[in-house]
Ligand binder design. Structure first.
Ligand SMILES: *Cc1c(COP(=O)(O)O)cnc(C)c1O
Length: 334
């Protein structure tokens, strides 16, 4: 893996810290839990999309773009990080936000990520739950081209083979940190949604021949569909990297037992996970992704899936500003 071959703009704060979760591990009675702080990548409160955007924005600039377009749910962390990256690079930014939860509170529709999109200078276009967001993005791109602009379209979540490079790259960083600390990683947990994070990660872990298994906790759809999406993107990502046959179907494992009623819908496990991490570690998870992923990890610990002396790493993918969109949820459960 040699990522200097790909266009890239550097704005992430890297490497992100790799730290023990001592009080959480003690509270749960083992295994040793560790956290990879990809919530600290630095771009307008950071998160996992920043690593993808280094490659996506590099590609946009290489193609001479002056405008970027992307889409996501109303409280999209990806949209917010894209708006911030575009601001830093002096590109115009159009964000298409889709209502995927039906939540109508002022906090949900305007606070959290949304106010940050606006502060970063992005133009927001709102769409209903039934819209085909790829068609909407293409229509806007066509419009802008007719006006003489050079738009670059970034898929939802930045999840294509270019964006996924960011999460193949992180595997070298994480395994290097673990080697330096003498931590033998037994399992890695992360949230999986639009699939680019897990796809890039499993390609990187396989290319390193690390032997470290990854568990993706699904935040929106059932296991078979999520695994199929991740595996398909992983195969396209390795091809983009000039590799073939590296990632195997069995490397892709997801668990959809923690989605609850649906994408962005709070669950008791998510609320418990946010409270535990905040009160024991001073770490803020988010209600949509990392909170549900941590709920899955905590439940797997309680099921006794890990030996007490094993080392399990949680990738914190960011999103804590989403807490401010869920004031109702946390106020009534604080
Ligand atoms: C987007 C996102 C994820 C999921 O990453 P995908 O690449 O979309 O699967 C996880 N956590 C947070 C906070 C995110 O914003």
């Amino acid at each position: 893996m040699h990522f200097a071959r790909f266009p890239r703009v550097r704005f992430a704060h890297l490497p992100t810290p790799f730290e023990p979760l001592e009080r959480l591990s003690k509270h749960l009675g083992g295994p040793r839990l560790w956290i990879k702080r990809d919530d600290c990548t630095g771009l307008a409160t950071g998160g996992n999309k920043t690593r993808k955007l280094e490659f996506l924005m590099g590609d946009a600039l290489a193609q001479g773009a002056d405008t970027v377009i992307t889409q996501g749910a109303t409280q999209s962390n990806h949209a917010r990080q894209t708006a911030a990256a575009a601001a830093k690079l002096g590109l115009a930014c159009h964000i298409l936000l889709q209502d995927r939860t039906g939540f109508t509170s002022r906090d949900y529709t305007k606070n959290g990520n949304v106010i940050l999109d606006l502060l970063c200078g992005a133009e927001i276009h709102r769409h209903g739950g039934a819209a085909d967001m790829n068609i909407e993005m293409d229509a806007l791109a066509k419009d802008l081209r007719a006006k003489g602009k050079k738009p670059y379209v970034i898929p939802g979540g930045g999840s294509n083979p270019v964006g996924a490079l960011g999460y193949a790259d992180v595997t070298m960083e994480l395994v290097g940190q673990a080697n330096a600390k003498g931590v033998k990683i037994d399992h890695v947990y992360l949230a999986t949604g639009s699939a680019g994070t897990q796809a890039g990660f499993v390609v990187g872990m396989a290319a390193l021949n690390s032997g470290i298994p990854t568990m993706g906790i699904s935040v929106k759809q059932e296991r078979a569909k999520q695994e199929a999406d991740v595996f398909a993107l992983a195969q396209r990502t390795e091809a983009h990297m000039g590799l073939s046959g590296v990632v195997k179907r069995e490397h892709v494992v997801a668990d959809s037992g923690y989605v609850g009623p649906g994408y962005g819908q709070p669950t008791p496990g998510m609320i418990e996970a946010l409270k535990l991490l905040a009160s024991l570690e001073g770490i803020l998870l988010d209600p949509v992704y990392s909170g549900k992923a941590m709920a899955g990890l905590i439940d797997h610990v309680r099921q006794g899936r890990f030996a007490k002396d094993s080392d399990v790493v949680f990738i914190h993918t960011g999103g804590a500003v989403g807490i401010f969109a869920y004031l109702d949820t946390f106020e009534s459960n604080a």
